[in-house]
Design a protein around this ligand. Structure first.
Ligand code: CA
Length: 648
């Protein structure tokens, strides 16, 4: 009789605790282990090539306890590709290894790899030296977007690839004047580069590297292997691994951390290694036996199932250890259960310096998903069930400031819907006032943002709310003013600031929101724009520098909200507040005085006693000070004004 996957009998008989699944390589032998508890037969197939040619050797695997099948091959298999032929019931499928660490073109055959061979020079010494010492400010970037632009200054062969990050002194059109790519990023003031999916995904055909193919990459094929489309050679399984490590090394060398966007909530298709290995185990099914679709991608994985939870934990730790990753962003985290998320946190904490590895995710799903009864989905409303060092993207902040992401014309507080201003003080306090109907344990649990890869760029959204027929490429003073106001608010909020690459130079996707497979020309960063909008970029730099020199913004203590004292919260007028410093030695000011002046006209505000420096007047933001002031400030309309009280 077939045991139910969720029965205690199945758990007792088949839940496996070993950490040796996949191919374990030594020069003398490679041991293959696969968990296939309902299989009748499993065969290992060896290949010379990653995609072409017939099987060289077949080796029947032997069934052991806990649903494990294994075989050891006593020769040096480094660089040999392999698959498993698995018979479940009447069906035999050939599949790559779920636990594979290397693969050939398009990931259909996994490869035995000696990872030592993939380490670039100096890899042993590589780390993010600032991990834990620097407060996170996160920059969301797509690998191909970063350097595809022919003006990026990156050599042609490296454009859109991992290796673009390794080019150090890139400038616009190679003229030696305007820094681009990593040369630009290292001085922006952000501290983490968050990369859109970089594991092997299915939507880009790696066998056609010369075609202009673009995808965000939210369609996982092999979770523990880098994507081949970003490597200079997808056919040799070593290359993508080595080049990925070179990218990480280069980002670390620039003084920045690396966050990976991980998508464990669904797979590219249900014709996956998971389904072929253990049918219906790794996915949630509706009562009628169809795949559930809370991901809007045709399937949802089942994090609450023991072996998938174990897979997720091991996979995240593998990236942290083998690839020196400093943070993880979980796509549709609301499809995972809080227990799995907390166990991942615990496992990361046990790694050296692991407590400082960032974890955050989207606390929502695309729709309902039949999570097993008793499991708690990692949704915003359940934030108290999540570990205090797991953060969530805050859509309340995002939408209150500049309007809904779903209806392009609907404004937010800054662009016309003044009553949303009532939410702004909560945004400032990272919703630790409980007014959102959920209670973060501390401000560190909140990601404060107004733009991400999903939906419109901030520039495009603001254009939509101001004009019926926007010209996104027009340099528009009104949009620029609102862009600065939005940034000024987000960067004076508690929580971790996060923004989409290029927000700081008025990035446009010509009004397209869901550009997940739109051509590169629309998606890529336009480095000429970084030059044209340098004034806006400098404004962002100033805001990030103020945060860096005022620790109250980045405190992870819940009581820090008491340092924020509101004088006026009437959104019809202006939102005015003081932030007391924490007394930290590195702070430049004793306190900050902040005004969100939402009216069009300029307006006077009284200053408390002391020597004040105007740091931001809504047009410029200069932490060293624009001018000294006493008694009062004339704050510009539709602008964020920031003053710092000079330390006694
Ligand atoms: Ca791929």
């Amino acid at each position: 009789m077939k045991l139910s996957y969720d029965s205690s009998e199945f758990a007792k008989k088949f839940h496996y605790d070993g950490n040796d699944l996949g191919a374990t390589y030594t020069k003398e032998q490679t041991i293959f282990k696969v968990w296939a508890p309902v299989a009748g037969e499993v065969t290992l197939c060896l290949y010379k090539d990653g995609i072409e040619g017939d099987c060289m050797e077949e080796h029947p695997m032997v069934q052991k306890d806990y649903g494990i099948w294994d075989v050891s091959i006593k020769k040096d298999l480094e660089g040999i590709y392999y698959t498993y032929k698995i018979t479940n019931g009447d069906t035999t499928c050939e599949t790559q290894d779920i636990y594979g660490k290397a693969c050939g073109v398009n990931g259909k055959r996994t490869m035995v790899v000696d990872l030592e061979n993939t380490n670039p020079e100096g890899w042993q010494e590589d780390s993010f030296p600032n991990r834990g010492k620097i407060t996170p400010a996160i920059y969301e970037l797509h690998i191909k977007d970063f350097s595809s632009d022919p003006h990026s200054g990156v050599t042609k062969e490296h454009r859109g690839k991992y290796l673009a990050f390794t080019e150090e002194k890139t400038t616009l059109d190679n003229k030696g004047e305007v820094p681009t790519c990593l040369n630009y990023l290292k001085d922006l003031g952000i501290t983490y580069v968050h990369l859109l999916p970089t594991f092997d995904f299915g939507s880009v055909d790696e066998s056609k590297p010369l075609d202009d193919q673009f995808n965000w990459g939210y369609d996982p094929e092999n979770y523990n292997i880098p994507e081949g489309g970003y490597a200079t050679d997808a056919a040799d399984g070593h290359v993508r691994i080595k080049e990925f490590k070179q990218m990480v090394q280069a980002i670390h060398k620039a003084g920045l951390g690396v966050v990976m966007d991980v998508v464990y909530n669904h797979t590219y298709s249900t014709d996956s290694a998971f389904q072929k290995t253990v049918p219906d185990y790794y996915y949630r099914l509706e009562e009628d036996g169809t795949f559930s679709n809370g991901s809007i991608c045709g399937n949802d994985t089942a994090s609450e199932r023991y072996m998938y939870r174990k897979f997720m934990i091991e996979s995240v730790c593998y990236w942290a250890k083998e690839y020196h990753i400093d943070g993880f962003r979980f796509d549709l985290m609301g499809l995972h259960d809080t227990e799995t998320m907390n166990q991942i946190r615990k496992a990361l904490d046990e790694l050296p310096n692991g407590k400082e590895i960032l974890m955050y995710g989207e606390p929502w799903s695309g729709g309902p998903s039949p999570m097993r009864e008793g499991s708690i989905p990692a949704l915003k409303k359940n934030i108290t069930e999540l570990h205090e060092r797991i953060a969530i993207f805050n859509d309340d902040t995002r939408d209150a400031i500049k309007g809904s992401v779903f209806y392009e014309e609907r404004p937010g507080y800054i662009n016309g819907k003044t009553d949303l201003g009532e939410k702004i003080p909560s945004c400032v306090l990272a919703w630790c006032d409980g007014k959102g109907g959920y209670m973060p344990k501390n401000p560190g649990q909140i990601i404060s943002y107004v733009s991400a890869h999903d939906n419109f760029t901030l520039w495009d959204k603001l254009n939509y709310t101001l004009y019926e027929k926007p010209d996104f490429y027009k340099e528009d003073k009104e949009v620029l003013k609102l862009n600065k106001m939005a940034a000024g608010i987000v960067k004076t909020c508690l929580g971790t600031p996060f923004f989409q690459a290029g927000e700081e130079f008025a990035r446009t996707k010509n009004g397209i929101g869901d550009s997940y497979k739109t051509e590169s020309a629309i998606n890529q960063l336009d480095w000429n724009r970084a030059c044209e909008y340098k004034d806006l970029t400098d404004y962002y730099k100033g805001l990030l520098a103020i945060r860096k020199h005022f620790q109250a913004f980045t405190s992870k203590e819940s009581k820090i909200v008491n340092n924020f004292i509101f004088e006026n919260t009437n959104p019809e007028e202006a939102i005015v507040f003081t932030v007391k410093g924490t007394g930290a030695e590195e702070d430049w000011w004793d306190e900050l005085f902040i005004i969100y002046q939402n009216e069009e006209k300029d307006k006077n505000f009284k200053l408390a006693e002391g020597n004040w420096q105007l740091l931001c007047d809504g047009t410029s933001c200069i932490p060293k000070g624009i001018k000294s002031l006493e008694k009062e400030i004339l704050a510009k309309g539709k602008a964020v004004t920031i003053l710092g009280k000079i330390k006694k």
